[in-house]
Design a binder for this molecule. Sequence first.
Ligand code: SAJ
Length: 418
Amino acid sequence: MKINVLGLGYIGLPTAVLFASKGFDVHGVDGNPEIIESLRRKEINIKEKGLHELLIDVFNNQKIKFSTTPVESDVFIIAVPTPTNIDKTANLNYVLNAINSILKYLRKGNLIIIESTVPPGTIETKIIPLLESTKLSVGEDLFISHCPERILPGNLLQEMIKNDRVVGGINEISASMTVELYKCYSEGKIHVTDLTTAEMVKLMENAYRDVNIAFANEVARIAEKINVDIWEAIKIANSHPRVNILQPGPGVGGHCIAVDPYFLIQIAPKEAKVIAAARDTNNNTSNYIVELIKKSIEHIENPLISIFGLTYKAGVADIRESPAIKIVNSLLDQKYRLSIYDPLVNVYDKIQKPTVEEAANESDCLVFITDHAEFKRLDFSKIKERVRTKIIVDTRNVIKENITTDGFMHIRLGALKL
Ligand code: SAJ
């Protein structure tokens, strides 16, 4: 059986590689010729455990080929991004272009699977009409389903295999063809429903997490007002059998949770009140951190601020929607002197340093924005020799040891001393 996978990013590439590893003939398609060229050289820029090895394996076994254009196939999987427009509505250009690009290759019996995240109703109202322009009857000649991905970046392959999946089909036969296909590598339960419910479920999952994080950020600010340590308070509250509050932090990044809730707001702006408020809270958190940093160094002349962590979360080389980038850009705009370290990405050439120690040199304030594992093991008795002023702003409760013994003032988000 032949599968075309359109879009070779964080989702499409591992999906393509997994199907190829199960013996399917996979044709990976991406509109960006540079991505195709590098994949043909067996090079990838997605750092995920086991992915590169698997790619080399299936490529050498000739189970996968890469091209900028689709070919005739049995199955077409659409895994292109859904960015937002300036007004935060979903930009469906990539999805609709991908569908348009396969129209001339479609034949009777083909299955089209949309993995890309889309606002509820998109497949019925925007994608199916395009497919019907082929004169093939959707539901009888062509089968279509939505199978949104649910994997956590940082643990892609494992989650792809282990997680439950959701399959929404236009009819039973579309759904069961999709279930049969994914069963080849998916060990989780596959939940079957209709197209629009599957679209809605995906968005609800990410909006739920966004709302929960906004709640954590809100109670963190309340805690600061009354001299309570929110990290301890959340830990204790979570010992209740029906409470599971997430962690406060510098804001919500990544291309999923920071984006998907807008697609629910877009279809029901009057109803999506909590979801919209959560977006506002999480978006504004980076400004709050900037103010916190500025306040902590207001008494220092021409301060040097050291930023630790640029990626949107620990362990992933991804800066999309990262709160750290917003914080850095805001400080740079306000003409602060910065020194930056991140073990996984290089974004700010001149001011980015190769080690924690170099980034700490002559610093007046060490700001921890991403909780990379390396930061949890730092030896502050050595770092204290390098800094000019001993101030730490910790936005994720990364620093567990008592650094006040090394003379540092430890300013923790959600646990400010009045
Ligand atoms: N964050 C917090 N506090 C927390 C948890 C997360 O501030 O307690 C922040 C992170 O630092 C990060 C952002 O939220 O900036 C998002 O990180 P994440 O780990 O919560 O999620 P993503 O965006 O990496 O992946 C999410 C996952 N969705 C859910 O957990 C419901 C994943 O399963 C989805 O497949 C993915 O979105 C997606 O592609 O939709």
